[in-house]
Design a binder for this molecule. Structure first.
Ligand code: G6P
Ligand code: FE2
Length: 192
């Protein structure tokens, strides 16, 4: 490989000049992650919406490489639950990842197979190191502003979505009804 320069817009997170693709996750494709399924179906009965998108710069997934890009999480809620990413473990479980917030206000929610839960609030300028073994998802807790992060992790780590898809996360981040957020136990968390 040769060195690579990529411009990311600090306001939007977009990388307009690259040949890289932004992968889009609309509500219809991730609806099952939200706790209020009736609300998700109600929204989808009138129209689909883009929940987040992220850049995959196409760095080869081989040992020694670092994958990186931006993730752009649009504001919105499904019921009282804020827009969030699917979330995943890394296939190489003990793989850390670093996130740096470029814009907005969000949360990094993390949990490991032993059931330890950690979450960190993020605003522009904050970085969060997600340790190995922790599943991670980002959540946009603003009702109005996009939440933009830059991320980097070992390129061959892989994504394990299955565990989160079947069990969910132990905690949910929901509106407190007063313009803020609160963290609650996930009533549907499946420990089987
Ligand atoms: O993979 P998701 O849980 O849908 O999240 C989308 C993306 O968010 C991040 O920023 C990660 O570092 C990416 O590796 C990930 O694929
Ligand atoms: Fe990750």
């Amino acid at each position: 490989m040769t060195p690579k320069t990529t411009f990311f817009d600090l306001q939007t997170g977009f990388a307009p000049e690259t040949e890289s693709v932004s992968l889009k996750r609309s509500l219809s494709t991730i609806k099952s992650i939200f706790s209020n399924q009736e609300k998700a179906e109600e929204i989808l009965s009138s129209e689909d919406r883009l929940v987040y998108e992220f850049y995959d710069l196409g760095i080869p997934e081989k040992e020694g490489n670092i994958a990186y890009g931006t993730s752009i999480l649009y504001p919105g809620k499904v019921g009282d639950e804020f827009h969030m990413t699917k979330g995943h473990f890394h296939t190489i479980l003990d793989t850390g990842e670093v996130y740096y917030c470029l814009k907005g206000h969000g949360m990094m929610m993390m949990e490991n197979p032993e059931g330890d839960v950690e979450y960190r609030e993020m605003r522009a300028g904050h970085s969060v190191f997600v340790p190995g073994r922790y599943a991670h998802r980002t959540i946009n807790v603003s009702d109005t502003e996009v939440f933009v992060t830059f991320f980097a992790f070992r390129a061959d780590a892989g994504h394990d979505y299955g565990t989160v898809e079947s069990k969910g996360f132990r905690k949910l981040v929901v509106s407190d009804g007063q313009g803020g957020y609160k963290i609650i136990d996930n009533p549907k968390w499946n420990s089987i």
